[in-house]
Design a protein around this ligand. Structure first.
Ligand SMILES: Nc1ncnc2c1ncn2[C@@H]1O[C@H](COP(=O)(O)OP(=O)(O)O)[C@@H](O)[C@H]1O
Ligand SMILES: [Mg+2]
Length: 459
């Protein structure tokens, strides 16, 4: 089973994660742009000082000199945060002045009139170096290379300041937005909690609809569904209650009869005078037994229909033949002929075998009970897209105005013969519904008797 997911956590992560990504992207871009411009500014200051040194390069009869008084060197080197280095050299003369340890750029990679920036190291410290070429004489005999370098303290300080200035406000933004999203979600979800509390507090008997007041629009579909369910539950409960009352009432009658007859039997002093009472007792016991079986069948088909039972594919002919065989002796008791009229190839439908046999048994029971003595009952199976099971008798028939009521539980047409309890056709209907089958009630051949037709869907 999948772990239940928290709506709150989902909303929070879906809203803040993109925000966080955007903020990180934005912070990085602003950081690198700011860094680039700061670097450019420092680089151009470094170039200025290199250019100022080129003024001090002089040429005397082809000999290049670099004259800077010590005090000027001190002024040149002065910087509160960084150390400044310089080096003057030429290809012909080699090192001329400054810091010998400062790395020189590879001359070949330099354009003669462009300053060249590079990163290097001197005395174990990382430095930024700019190198410029200058020609002290008019005949371009020997170019002098002047490099100026400074340590990176100012640049690093600047980097940290920019980082703080960019990242801190963004972080604060994420925190404030996250907090607002969190409280917003909580506030948004609170109607759901209220609703859950309201439902939890209900008694099991309270099936009144949940009020829509205060329920947000988005949650209303849920309350509507719950209310529809409560409605169905209520209707279901009422039917069950009525059914139990009816069943109890129906059982009471034969049981009361049993008691009276038993008392009468007890008063008789010999077996012979006891016989009629015993016969009544057997009759009442039969009725109770029949009634309880019918109640069980009804309960079973109801529970099957409520639990999305799986229907299996089966042959309607085999099933009907077996069932008819069971009823032949009962039919013969009334001298009724029972015939099966079916095609030779199987007729497949999707169904529950036990329940379908129960359905046909109840139809045959009625046909035998209410059919014409010495008459004929025919069970027919018609193949096709909607296979049909038909039971026809030539009895008294059912009046059109009774056609709907006979399917009600415990309903019997007044004056009906036999020991029925009015559950037979209710069971037939329940089982037909379970198979999504249609029932039609009509009259038999030549307008006489009863014809009950059950049409199934495709098997
Ligand atoms: N084949 C039939 N012919 C005439 N009447 C019938 C037939 N089947 C059912 N009925 C009528 O429908 C009523 C309801 O049938 P059912 O639910 O089986 O109850 P029960 O048979 O216990 O009376 C019966 O009382 C009977 O009057
Ligand atoms: Mg019946």
């Amino acid at each position: 089973m999948r772990e239940p997911q928290s709506l709150r956590a989902q909303l929070l992560s879906r809203l803040t994660l993109p925000l966080l990504i955007v903020v990180i992207l934005d912070a990085s871009v602003s950081y690198f742009v700011a860094l680039h411009y700061a670097d450019q500014a420092y680089d151009s200051w470094l170039l200025d000082s290199a250019k100022s040194l080129t003024q001090e390069v002089k040429a005397h009869k082809d000999k290049v000199t670099f004259e800077l008084p010590p005090i000027a060197v001190e002024v040149f080197r002065w910087d509160a945060m960084d150390k400044t280095f310089f080096k003057v050299e030429s290809e012909a003369a080699g090192f001329i002045a400054g810091d010998k340890g400062l790395p020189s750029p590879v001359l070949a990679t330099m354009a003669s009139d462009e300053p060249f920036f590079s990163d290097g190291e001197i005395l174990g410290q990382k430095v930024r170096i700019v190198s410029v070429l200058t020609a002290p004489t008019t005949d371009d005999s020997d170019d002098v290379l002047i490099s100026v370098a400074e340590t990176l303290n100012k640049r690093r300080g600047m980097m940290n300041e920019i980082l703080l200035a960019v990242v801190l406000p963004q972080l604060l933004l994420v925190l404030i937005t996250g907090f607002h999203i969190w409280t917003g979600i909580n506030r948004g979800l609170s109607p759901l909690n209220d609703l859950a509390k309201l439902i939890a507090q209900r008694s099991a008997r309270d099936l009144n609809p949940i009020s829509d007041a205060g329920v947000p629009l988005e949650v209303r579909s849920l309350t509507h569904t719950i209310n529809a369910l409560l409605d169905r539950l209520g209707a279901n409960l009422k039917t069950q209650q009525r059914f139990i009352e009816n069943a109890a009432h129906q059982l009471r009658t034969p049981l009361a009869g049993l008691k009276v007859q038993a008392e009468r039997a007890l008063m008789a002093d010999n077996l012979e005078s006891m016989r009629p009472a015993l016969a009544h007792i057997k009759n009442s016991a039969d009725r109770v037994a029949h009634l309880s079986t019918q109640l069980l069948v009804l309960a079973r088909s109801e529970s099957v229909s409520q639990t999305a039972h799986e229907l299996k594919s089966l042959d309607l002919i085999t099933l009907s033949r077996a069932c008819c065989m069971d009823w032949v002796p009962k039919a013969l008791e009334r001298n009724i002929e029972l015939g099966l009229d079916a095609p030779t190839t199987p007729v497949g439908i999707a169904g529950d075998e036990t329940l379908l046999r129960e359905l046909l048994s109840n139809l045959l029971d009625n046909a035998i009970a209410y059919g014409n003595p010495d008459g004929h009952i025919s069970v027919q199976i018609e193949p096709g897209l909607e296979p049909r099971l038909i039971v026809e008798d030539d009895g008294s028939g059912i009046q059109a105005n009774e056609a709907d009521r006979i399917f009600e539980r415990f309903y019997r047409i007044p004056g009906s013969r036999g020991e029925g309890c009015g559950l037979g056709l209710a069971i037939v209907k329940e089982i037909a519904d379970l198979h999504s089958a249609r029932i039609e009630v009509g009259s038999g051949p030549r307008g006489r008797g009863t014809r009950i037709e059950i049409s199934f869907g495709v098997g």
